[in-house]
Every structure is written in C-alpha cells, then in structure tokens.
Design a protein around this ligand. Structure first.
Ligand SMILES: Nc1ncnc2c1ncn2[C@@H]1O[C@H](COP(=O)(O)OP(=O)(O)OP(=O)(O)O)[C@@H](O)[C@H]1O
Ligand SMILES: [Mg+2]
Length: 327
C-alpha cells in the first residue's frame, strides 16, 4: 500500500433500487490510492451493483460516486480509461483465441501496433496463458477463462481495477495465478477493489475491508481492526452429531462469559458418523473450557478434537449478521 492516502474513489450515500427492491441502501466509503479494498458479503448483498455503478456501467438511483475526481455519471472516456473492470460474468469472446480477445479489447481502448502486441504478450505472460494464447477461448478451462477475463480488464493499464469475484469456481492453480497477479500489480501501484465470498482471500489480500449485507455497508476497517473489534478467542470442539447438541448449545448461550455459540456440520474422512463442530466465542477461554467440556460430558458427546484460535473475518461476519458468509 502506498504511503500517500488520497482517495482514488469516493462513494457517498449510494442507493440503487430496482422497483421495490433496494439493492444498495445508503453506502459510503472511500478507496485510497494504492490499496486493495475488499468488499465482502453474501449473495445479493449488493457488491456487483456497487461495482457496476463505480465503473459507470449502471446509474445510481441517488448518491454521489466519483473516481479520479470524475463523477461516474458523466466521466466519459477519461473515466473509462482510468478503470479496469473484471466482471463476475465472463466477458470474453468464446470464438476468438486468447490472443485475439486481448487484441480486440486493446484496440477498443485505442492501443495499436507494436504497443498492442507488446501489451498482449505481457498480459498473456502475467496470467500464465502464453502457451494457450492461440487456442480458442471456448476450449479453455473455467480457470483459464477467468484468467483471460482478468487480462482483458488490465489491457489499458488502468489505475483502478474492479475485480468482481475473480476466483469463483476456479481451480487452485488458476486461483493462485489470479491472486499472485493481483498482488504483483498492486505492488506496482495499481489500486484494487476486490469482491469475494472467500474470507481467506480477503484476509490475505486486502488492506481494508467493507462488509456488505442486504445493501448496507455494515462495517469498514482494516482486517486487523475488524478482528480486534471482536476480540477474544474461538473454541472449536469436534463431536459426533447428536440431537442433544442443540440443548447443549442453548445452555452454553446462557453463560455470561460466552458471546456466541454456533453448531456447524463438519466433514470427516476418518468417520462414518456425521460430525459437528461447536464454536464458542469468548474473551476468557480458560474459564469457559471446563464448563464446556462438562456440558458435553453430561450428554455423553464423544469429543475428538479441540482447538482454540483467534477470531477471523468469518467470525466478524457471523457476529454482525447472525449468519455465515457462504449460506
Ligand atoms: N438488473 C436487476 N434487476 C433487478 N434486481 C437486480 C438487478 N441486479 C441486481 N438485482 C438485485 O439486487 C440485489 C443485489 O444484487 P448484486 O448482484 O449486487 O449482489 P452481489 O452482492 O453481487 O451478489 P453475488 O455475491 O451473488 O454476486 C439482489 O437482490 C439482486 O437480485
Ligand atoms: Mg455479484
């Protein structure tokens, strides 16, 4: 992240309605020059709508949105040149090769001749598609199509890159390519807005994160700041599934030292029996562990794992919204 903290984009009291449906409901935030800003939220939170308005594709119902000081409603060509968009829905021509796609979009942005071929080569290299450059995009794997989608958004060397769920449904190799590519570009000064359902990605990549839910920005801070706002620890106990666990959870929720109790189905390779993870958030794990274990012993729950960890963004999200990110 660069040291000069000028906002490259400002969003003020942004609202977008589709008839009676409010997709974005009074959202305000800044994106600082040089940072990776994350937008984290579940399906339908309003992330894509926000991105579409930032890029000037979609007009807001009300509010002020500007990028490099230009209003997105009227910014025209200078605004388009400053912004690169990597949409959630693939925007590539399946019948063209990877190279032809990049040439086409480069020309749209007015890049020509030797500069164009140099840029195409550079972008193919960056996303690891050099060897497949002359195959039709239709024949690419899902992850390769995502990588091409990213390269297209970068062709005109934008100052602000809007990445809408760039790693959804992508194999680990492509995911790494995209992830490392974004990191490297950011090191060179590119400002990035990164939306995702994957909190691990957001934790690892983003300087600051805005958490969206149902059209509202419900928190906005650094990853460390968001986690520190929760504080405490999370105790996770793996047990065999049993009907009695709900009663245990209810009793645990009565305990003043316990902030949150959650039961999640856990996958297990070693066991035929379904398993459940009980997660308990508390400021005082040492004092909560003994009653927690004895509550479980009371219902003859068989414990096979126990872990105490720091809270993460998923816990922040759960605390703020009462639900899991990926539900
Ligand atoms: N063109 C449209 N017409 C009507 N409703 C829309 C339109 N576009 C989006 N919406 C609605 O606006 C809300 C926000 O959608 P949006 O696509 O911004 O969410 P999102 O956070 O990007 O979700 P996802 O994680 O699933 O991509 C949803 O309820 C969606 O159904
Ligand atoms: Mg979306």
């Amino acid at each position: 992240m660069s040291s000069n903290s000028q906002p490259i984009a400002t969003v003020r009291d942004l609202r977008k309605s589709y008839g009676s449906l409010i997709a974005v409901d009074g959202v305000s935030f800044d994106i600082q020059e040089g940072e990776v800003f994350g937008l984290l939220g579940p399906n339908g939170a309003g992330k894509t709508t926000t991105i579409s308005i930032l890029s000037g594709i979609l007009p807001p119902t009300s509010g002020d949105v500007s990028v490099i000081g230009l209003d997105t409603k009227t910014g025209g060509a200078p605004l388009r040149m400053a912004i690169g968009v990597v949409p959630q829905e693939l925007a590539i021509y399946q019948k063209l090769t990877g190279r032809e796609n990049l040439q086409f979009f480069g020309e749209l942005y007015g890049i020509q001749g030797a500069a164009l071929s140099a840029r195409v080569t550079e972008m193919l290299e960056m996303v690891g598609l050099t060897e497949r450059a002359d195959d039709r995009a239709a024949d690419y794997s899902g992850g390769m199509k995502r990588r091409l989608n990213l390269a297209i958004g970068l062709m005109h060397n934008p100052r602000l890159l809007l990445l809408d769920e760039p790693t959804v449904g992508v194999d680990p190799q492509s995911r790494n390519h995209i992830f490392e590519g974004v990191r490297a570009l950011n090191k060179k000064g590119l400002t990035v807005l990164y939306t995702s359902h994957y909190m691990e990605e957001v934790e690892a990549l983003c300087d600051r994160v805005g958490i969206m839910d149902r059209g509202k920005l419900i928190a906005c801070d650094t990853v460390a700041g968001l986690i520190a706002s929760l504080g405490g620890s999370v105790i996770e106990v793996g047990v065999d599934a049993s009907e009695k666990l709900d009663q245990v959870a209810d009793r645990l929720r009565q305990m003043p030292l316990i902030k949150e109790v959650e039961l999640t189905a856990a996958e297990s390779e070693e066991s035929e029996t379904p398993r459940v993870t009980i997660s308990v958030r508390t400021q005082q794990p040492n004092r909560v562990l003994p009653p927690l274990v004895s509550e479980l012993a009371e219902v003859q729950a068989s414990i096979h794992s126990l872990n105490v960890r720091e809270p993460n963004l998923e816990d922040v999200f759960l605390t703020l919204t009462g639900k899991n990110l990926r539900d």
